[in-house]
Design a protein around this ligand. Structure first.
Ligand code: ADP
Ligand code: ZN
Length: 218
């Protein structure tokens, strides 16, 4: 049982780290971005409300996301195994809501990994990012550093790749501003709780993985 949060600007590579952490630690990976995108794909009311915020790179309002997240944490797998939160919390009020929820359950966050990557690098990665359309696979490629063998096709499962609607220059730059203004205060919030560890994202993803591994083993 482990309760983790991974913090980092959009496009810092949180998703890639989450893939191995969730496997090695046998912990549910909870990405609020993925949950929202699924709601959009399914045409739910929540999805329809969230889409315009997401397309502009704005945060979805706290009242939409907090209940959604709490409902997810009430599910059996999280109660048994804990969680790895990816993309939540993104504001101080979300962090406070999570804190209250955990306290009521007598639980604590074990560690917050703060993945740091410079803005210029994030922009370049976002514009080159492609994702597998297969929901069971979700493999992530980068046309610059890690292209698929066949253009537009997933190496692992053969499904088509896609570029997320929100991976364009204007939206990414807006998302970075939102991150600096609304999410970065969480670094101090979790530092003061004594659970934050900052990892600097490396050029080679395997080097970043090694750093995060060492931190989680502490
Ligand atoms: P990235 O993969 O770039 O980090 P995400 O997939 O986490 O982005 O999120 C995509 C979009 O979904 C965000 O830009 C935001 O609009 C919305 N979103 C996801 N999580 C949250 C959250 N915790 N609070 C508010 N909005 C969120
Ligand atoms: Zn795939």
């Amino acid at each position: 049982m482990i309760r983790l949060i991974i913090l980092g600007a959009p496009g810092s590579g949180k998703g890639s780290q989450c893939k191995w952490i969730t496997r090695d630690y046998d912990v549910p990976h909870i990405s609020t971005g993925d949950i929202l995108r699924k709601n959009i794909a399914d045409g739910t009311e929540l999805g329809m409300k969230a889409k315009s915020f997401m397309d502009q790179g704005c945060l979805v309002p706290d009242e939409l996301i907090i209940d959604l997240l709490k409902a997810r944490l009430e599910e059996a797998d999280c109660k048994e195994k804990g969680f790895l939160l990816d993309g939540f919390p993104r504001t101080i009020s979300q962090a406070e809501a999570l804190n209250e929820f955990l306290q009521a359950a007598g639980a604590n966050i074990d560690k917050v990994i703060n993945l740091h990557v410079p803005d210029e690098e994030i922009m370049s990665r976002a514009l080159n990012r492609r994702t597998c359309t297969n929901g069971e696979c979700k493999e992530i490629y980068n046309l610059r550093d890690n292209p698929p063998k066949v253009e537009g096709v997933c190496d692992k499962c053969g499904s088509p790749l896609f570029q997320r609607d929100d991976d364009n220059e204007e939206t990414v730059s807006n998302r970075l501003n939102v991150y600096h203004n609304q999410t970065e205060p969480l670094i101090e919030y979790y530092t003061s709780k004594g659970v934050l560890a900052t990892i600097v994202g490396q050029e080679d993803i395997n080097d970043t993985i090694a750093l995060v591994k060492a931190e989680l083993a502490k």
